[in-house]
Design a protein around this ligand. Structure first.
Ligand code: ZN
Length: 373
């Protein structure tokens, strides 16, 4: 069984201990280096489990899957520049979070867990609830009262128990942490097995670019679930000498809630205390991301940066996505807004993940009115 390790104080725990954070209070990482077996993956079905040797599940019988993954990577011209859009909203539950949920709930099954708790602005809750339904694991999801109604309905449809918590996203997490004293914490933020799933994003992009790395990735970041996963995936490719260099990872936040942006701009390691304002990008409205230090280190190591976009720029991003035939969540539009701001070098391959399906946020589209202009 794998070990969980604290990169701050060096303490180690067995995964069987079911701990979700270090005694020192920091998040834990998995002490595991996956291998990509290129000879074997090419004959496997197009889902995340084609990277079997890189996913830390011991016994195949514990795999909980809906054949998720291998989402399309398509070229698009945006304002005269070329981007590669990774259509990561095309998942069983309508968001990229299924990557993490499939691996995390498989591990929960392997650890003989019978009940889990998770807190989420919506998408991670939907994903964990769906995979728990498939695994026959009882599921409790804590959400902010303000989460999109479609997401709350979806969570309940999978049979999970829903707890609506008033206040901020931090209040939701506190309530879930109280419950996690007695229930396995299947957190997409704290639980390192989730990132073992989101790392498959990097493997797929590598395969789809004909076994090469992109130059740059622009990623929506609240807690950093996809950014940390992508970094893990590209790091494993790099250590196996399958790619020559790490892509530059650029994080995007909504200006209304941008603690990582503020820390990055001021050159600080710690994020400032902020009072978040309302943003349409609900999926990244996280005032106090527990893995902020890790996210900022990754940005630094890959030569990336953190950008922030306004609500008007997000609306423009939505309009552009819609004009390309894509109906995505407002959160996904932040990468388009950031791409518009960024100078592009000649021939630079820029990947933009489109992370959540628009039908999950019909309430927000209705509020904007149509046509969006
Ligand atoms: Zn520690």
């Amino acid at each position: 069984m794998e070990s969980l390790i604290c990169s701050f104080c060096g303490r180690k725990y067995s995964a069987e201990e079911l701990v979700w954070r270090c005694e020192c209070g920091r998040p834990l990482d998995l002490d595991f280096k996956g291998q990509l077996d290129l000879g074997r993956i090419k004959d496997r079905p197009p889902n995340i489990w084609r990277y079997r040797e890189a996913l830390p599940i011991e016994d195949d019988k514990n795999i909980v899957s809906l054949s998720e993954g291998f989402t399309p990577l398509i070229a698009a011209t945006i304002s005269g520049k070329t981007a590669l859009l990774k259509l990561d909203f095309l998942y069983p539950t309508g968001s990229f979070k299924d990557r993490g949920a499939s691996v995390l709930i498989s591990k929960a099954k392997e650890l003989r867990v019978i009940k889990v708790v998770e807190d989420s602005s919506g998408n991670a809750g939907c994903a964990i609830a769906a995979y728990c339904a498939r695994a026959g694991i009882e599921c409790h999801i804590y959400v902010p009262e303000s989460a999109s109604p479609a997401k709350l309905l979806q969570i309940q449809a999978y049979g999970a128990r829903l707890f609506k918590i008033p206040g901020t996203r931090t209040d939701v997490q506190s309530a879930a942490l109280e419950a996690a004293k007695n229930i396995y914490y299947a957190s997409h933020v704290w639980n390192p097995f989730f990132f073992q799933g989101t790392k498959t994003f990097a493997f797929e992009v590598f395969e789809q670019l004909n076994f090469q790395e992109p130059d740059t990735m622009i990623i929506p970041v609240g807690n950093g679930t996809l950014l940390i996963g992508a970094y893990l995936g590209f790091s494993e490719l790099f250590h196996q000498h399958l790619i020559k260099r790490m892509p530059r990872l650029i994080a995007v936040q909504a200006k209304a809630c941008a603690p990582l942006y503020l820390a990055f701009r001021s050159g600080k390691e710690e994020i400032p205390e902020i009072i978040p304002e309302h943003t349409m990008a609900e999926g990244i409205a996280i005032p106090k991301p527990p893995r902020s230090k890790q996210v900022l280190e990754i940005i630094e190591k890959t030569g990336g940066e953190v950008l922030a976009v306004s609500e008007e720029e997000i609306v423009e991003g939505i309009r552009i996505l819609n004009s390309l035939g894509i109906f995505a969540e407002p959160t996904s539009a932040v990468v388009i807004a950031a791409f518009l701001k960024m100078p592009q070098r000649e021939g630079e391959k820029v990947v933009l993940p489109i992370t959540g399906y628009g039908l999950k946020t019909v309430d927000k589209y209705l509020r904007m009115g149509l046509p969006i202009s």
